[in-house]
Design a protein around this ligand. Structure first.
Ligand SMILES: [Zn+2]
Length: 310
């Protein structure tokens, strides 16, 4: 189906009916799983660098993992220039080891692609790579940056994932990797860029119950959050030297960051959770992409079961 006919096939509810039915069948099976029932939903998150997926979706990944959903983080570049004192293969290896530790903490899988940091481009080769990764993971959900982010690697990660959103179901594109029969749901991670359009969440995830896991995950990204980012902001002298002090330092800013997201999207939390939404302290947020499968509200809440009423 080409994009024009795909568009024409959308119902007035804004999604493809046949894909919606297929999604509902998979998700219904995941809720009450038996011996011959479908496997749990599979989620793949693309970030430009070895810390982006963890920062934007670490809490939600921990919640999915607890429910038995299969989650994979992919860093599209190897992060080999993200430091003020080291670079190249040594830094790439260090950052890969850091996200592997994060994956253990969150209960997920992780991969770092060997593309130089700061040099990602939306090439045909990279489109093929991203398409294959989504197919190999047999993804039901794909998450990435919006393509109007500040960093060129973030922008092109967003573009590459958008470019793969239709190609994943086209059998003759990358015929070496079996195409998906069902187009996944694609979503963007939260940001606060305003032009050309601000981020508008379709689902806000309360992460209060897994905040400690997310903090432990960010604490494991030492090269970034105790070295590179503080150096960039001129605050290297504010970073505590001891382990306990560093953890408290990370707790402070991660808590503040996720509180800001919960407060910014409070109305959405109340819409999703009723009065309970007013008490949520920490959140992550996602916006449905216009490409790929367009989920109904009900389907979205099945994919994010911790974001709706219990
Ligand atoms: Zn980044």
């Amino acid at each position: 189906m080409n994009p024009a006919s795909q568009h024409a096939a959308r119902s007035r509810f804004g999604f493809l009916p046949q894909l919606a039915v297929a999604t509902a069948m998979v998700l219904a099976g995941a809720v009450a799983r038996g011996a011959d029932e479908p496997a749990p939903p599979r989620i793949i998150v693309f970030g430009a660098h070895p810390d982006d997926c963890e920062l934007e979706a670490g809490g939600t990944a921990a919640l999915w993992a607890k429910k038995g959903y299969k989650v994979k983080f992919v860093s599209v570049t190897n992060g080999d220039i993200g430091h003020h004192e080291m670079a190249g293969a040594i830094l790439a290896r260090r950052r890969t080891a850091e996200v592997k530790r994060c994956a253990e903490i969150l209960g997920i899988e992780t991969e770092v692609l060997d593309i130089h940091d700061g040099e990602l481009l939306p090439t045909l080769e990279n489109r093929r790579t991203i398409t294959r990764k989504i197919r190999e993971w047999k993804a039901d959900v794909v998450i990435a940056h919006r393509p109007n982010d500040y960093h060129p690697d973030h922008r092109y990660t967003g573009i590459l994932v958008q470019d793969a959103a239709f190609m994943v179901i086209v059998p003759s594109f990358c015929p070496d990797t079996p195409s998906l029969r069902k187009n996944p749901v694609f979503l963007y991670t939260e940001d606060d860029f305003k032009k050309p359009n601000p981020f508008a969440p379709d689902v806000v995830v309360p992460i209060d119950s897994v905040l400690d896991q997310k903090i432990a995950c960010i604490d494991a990204l030492e090269s970034q959050f105790y070295e590179w980012n503080p150096w960039l902001s001129g605050a290297l002298d504010k970073v505590p030297a001891d382990k306990a002090g560093r953890l408290a330092f990370t707790r402070g800013w991660v808590s503040g960051r996720q509180t800001q997201i919960a407060n910014r999207f409070r109305a959405k939390l109340v819409e999703q959770l009723g009065a309970e939404g007013r008490g949520v302290k920490y959140a992550e947020a996602f916006e449905v992409c216009e490409y790929g499968s367009r989920p109904s509200r009900e389907e979205l809440m099945r994919l994010f079961p911790f974001a709706g009423p219990k």
